[in-house]
Design a binder for this molecule. Structure first.
Ligand SMILES: Nc1ncnc2c1ncn2[C@@H]1O[C@H](COP(=O)(O)OP(=O)(O)O)[C@@H](O)[C@H]1O
Ligand SMILES: [Mg+2]
Length: 360
């Protein structure tokens, strides 16, 4: 099984996969949204504050209970015994991602020992730390799975996972796989929408489409140094958050115009990264929840007129479940004792076995 809970903070994607089939197949899926309270607690732990060690430990336990519920629900609904599941790859909930520090780290909460107890299934967790210890960014980790599913011997494909943050994988025909975080995915649009409409996201980008891009604001946001840094690079809510956005607002903007600008920023930074580094690619496949934002996907197609832009669904892999599917596969790698990272992506000095194993 794979469990993904990403930077969008929308909730938990759980999947059951079969890796004996060729290609690997997705058998069952289950989605558990976070409740408001849990989302707030996660957000609060993105900054330092009073008694944060205790709060982190408590949240870690609460997350383990949520993950266990998702696992048990998926299994019950499909009449599957826990004993028949080899392992759960649990990404955990990132609250800090600081790979750039001299002594880098990335923290994912979700008590894996407790999850193993609650489910009776072996759990693999903490996938990013070993890559960082080996000098890497610890992210993105999905490119190796994109390679397994989507590499074509003749066509240069690019895969874009639009989660809270967007990450790009390049599957060229003659060079190594490359991938990096290129900037915001849904997280800025979600935060702005939450503030002004009280909704967790702007469905299909309809609200953004009702506004007009503010060129001056877009220009200022695009000046952020992260966008011009060469890969390897990865990022998170430390860089992209509503406080960063607000520092460029006068307060007189129409909210829908800001939303239009954020959608434009998201689409433009994705398209620019592809044009800057993978201009030879002819096909671009989108996945992650942001791939369901039709205003955003059409924007990306407009910005990349010479490339075919489609969803990974058209390659046989449902865009909503791909990342959880990847963490199921990464758990398999750990259990088999084989590497899960791509040094060409993360810049780790060598391939490493990723994750800590909590036996059932
Ligand atoms: N129909 C839709 N329209 C716009 N945005 C959507 C739609 N469906 C999902 N999303 C976005 O996708 C997000 C969830 O994407 P996900 O891949 O789970 O990201 P993460 O991995 O960061 O959790 C939601 O928070 C929302 O922003
Ligand atoms: Mg999610």
């Amino acid at each position: 099984m794979g469990i993904m809970s990403g930077t969008s903070l929308d909730g938990i994607d759980a999947v059951l996969a079969d890796f004996n089939s060729q290609p690997p197949s997705l058998l069952h899926t289950f989605y558990q949204p976070y409740d408001k309270n849990l989302r707030r607690q996660i957000l609060e732990l993105h900054q330092s504050g009073n008694d944060e060690l205790h709060r982190a430990a408590m949240l870690s336990n609460a997350l383990a209970h949520c993950y266990a519920k998702a696992v048990i629900n998926l299994l019950k609904k499909n009449k599957i015994e826990p004993q028949s599941v080899a392992a759960i790859g649990c990404h955990g909930q990132t609250v800090r991602h600081r790979p750039e520090l001299e002594m880098g780290y990335s923290i994912q909460l979700g008590n894996a020992a407790l999850l193993a107890e609650l489910t009776g299934i072996t759990v693999v967790a903490d996938f990013r730390s070993r890559d960082i210890a080996a000098g890497g960014q610890g992210a993105p980790l999905v490119p190796i799975f994109h390679q397994l599913l989507f590499q074509d011997p003749k066509i240069h494909r690019v895969i874009v996972n639009i989660g809270g943050i967007s990450n790009i994988t390049s599957l060229a025909t003659n060079t190594e796989v490359v991938g990096f975080d290129c900037g915001p995915g849904n997280l800025l649009m979600d935060a702005w929408c939450q503030r002004h409409l009280g909704a967790t996201y702007d469905e299909n980008g309809t609200w953004a489409e009702s506004g007009k891009v503010i060129p001056d604001l877009l220009e200022k946001l695009m000046l952020l140094q992260f966008f011009s840094l060469p890969p390897p690079k990865s990022t998170g809510r430390e860089v992209f958050n509503i406080i960063w956005l607000e520092s460029y607002l006068s307060g007189n903007e129409k909210p829908e115009d800001v939303q239009a600008t954020l959608l434009q920023l998201t689409g433009t930074t994705i398209a620019n990264a592809i044009l800057a580094y993978f201009s030879d690619a002819t096909e671009v496949y989108l996945c992650g929840g942001g791939a369901r934002n039709m205003a955003l996907t059409s924007k990306i197609q407009v910005l990349l007129p010479k490339k075919k832009v489609a969803l990974t669904d058209t390659l046989g892999a449902n865009a909503d479940w791909l990342e959880a599917f990847a963490f199921a596969w990464l758990a398999k790698q750990a259990i088999l004792g084989v590497p899960g990272n791509l040094p060409s992506v993360t810049n780790a000095k060598e391939a490493r076995i990723l994750g800590a194993i909590y036996k059932a």
